[in-house]
Design a protein around this ligand. Structure first.
Ligand code: KG4
Ligand code: ZN
Length: 381
């Protein structure tokens, strides 16, 4: 079956078309357009702008993905009888209405069986753009829409195995543990089986990625801060004037707190009389070390407690080389029977391929595709 997936929860507009057959899959096309430049001057994601950019980008990206998947066939399609429904659906998005009705009236109904779309969590105005767009396609093409959880997408992103062209179920042994580290979330999820998730730990304040972004700002580095900090941290050295706390390292739970760490960086930067390049690199290094130490300690604790067989790390921060390496070493050293599943670099950040995978699994477990669903900024696993 062919699944078209749409992701607009934050600052990436992404569409994927994936052909699934049992465990086998083939990515027919996958296009992600980032809005980083639009948000950079605000030092973070600005929801109204994100919404506008998604609305502008979706139709052209849809056209490109259909073309790349060889599913774009130009012909006059009569959609007059659907126009009123579309107009009601997109009443607050006239720009989207114009663009999508124009495209859909010029192309043949493509060979797509279902649409998966991110329902949440994320920025609600941004989520709505993708959801309404998905519903519009569903109305015109008469196919189901599967609302999909963005965090489940990040978890299942590790099943994407480009070399094999099959979903890596065989590497997934239960109970599994998911460490989700992104710009909006930091969670530890206990996975007893596919689709059965229990959140056992969360951040009490900032998410890890958010802490990277805020600390980057304190160090005059651009948004998004994670890759920037990672880059300069490699130049950092041991510096006795640069030490930071490891918040909640020894606490008797699986929760995190990163806002105090960020505040500690602020004070540290104020205390240091001069923030030359070397000192900045030293701060970045110590910050990254502190984050890594806490993530490893909490995850290790959960591996022990729940007798974990597979560790999944997902989300944008899973791109961080040092954090990845720390987990490779932890498992090598102490838990050689635990499988480590890390996302391929193309699926660490926000992307529609992971939404296609999550949507496909939901379809297999009985999701039916009812159009009556809303964006949910706080949707939880
Ligand atoms: O999953 P994601 O793309 O979007 C959300 O769902 O939040 O994660 C984005 C976050 C940003 O905070 C960004 O700074 C962080 O991931 N990030 C990194 C790295 N690459 C991206 N953090 C640390 N090291 C990296 N290499
Ligand atoms: Zn994400």
């Amino acid at each position: 079956m062919n699944v078209l997936a749409i992701e607009t929860s934050c600052d990436e507009t992404s569409i994927a078309i994936v052909r699934f057959n049992g465990d086998q899959y083939e990515v027919l096309s996958h296009i992600t357009r980032t809005q980083i430049e639009v948000h950079q001057e605000y030092g973070g994601v600005y929801p109204t702008l994100a919404k506008r950019e998604h609305a502008r980008n979706l139709t052209p990206i849809l056209e490109l993905t259909l073309k790349e998947a060889n599913l774009l066939h130009k012909t006059k399609s009569n959609i007059t009888n659907k126009k009123q429904q579309l107009e009601e659906l997109l009443t607050r998005e006239p720009e989207t209405f114009d663009a999508i009705t124009q495209l859909l009236s010029q192309i043949e109904r493509p060979n797509i069986d279902a649409i998966a779309v991110t329902q949440g969590p994320g920025l609600e105005p941004a989520l709505w753009v993708g959801i309404n767009f998905a519903k519009a396609l569903s109305i015109v093409w008469n196919i189901p829409v599967i609302p999909t959880n963005h965090m489940e997408g990040h978890l299942l992103s590790v099943l994407v195995d480009e070399e094999q062209g099959s979903l890596a179920y065989k590497k997934l042994h239960f109970p599994a543990l998911g460490l989700l580290i992104s710009g909006g979330h930091t969670e530890i999820i206990l996975i007893k089986e596919l689709g059965s998730y229990e959140k056992i730990g969360v951040t009490r304040d900032d998410a890890v990625g958010e802490a990277f972004d805020k600390v980057a700002r304190l160090l005059d580095l651009p948004y998004p801060g994670g890759p920037e900090i990672a880059k300069i941290a490699t130049q950092g050295t041991e510096n006795e004037k640069v030490t930071l706390p490891r918040p909640m390292l020894g606490s008797n739970d699986y929760d995190f707190s990163f806002s105090g760490l960020k505040t500690a960086v602020r004070y540290l930067v104020q205390e240091l009389d001069e923030l030359d390049n070397q000192t900045r690199a030293d701060v970045a290094r110590e910050f990254q070390n502190a984050v890594t130490d806490v993530l490893v300690a909490k995850t290790r604790r959960a591996i022990e407690e729940y007798d974990i067989k597979t560790l999944i790390i997902g989300g944008g921060v899973a791109a961080n080389t040092q954090i990845r390496q720390a987990f490779v070493e932890l498992l090598d050293r102490e838990y050689s029977d635990v499988n480590l599943l890390l996302p391929a670099s193309e699926v660490t950040g926000d992307n529609a391929l992971m939404i296609a995978v999550a949507g496909y699994l939901n379809l297999q477990t009985g999701a039916t595709g009812d159009l009556e669903f809303s964006a949910d900024g706080n949707l939880s696993l």
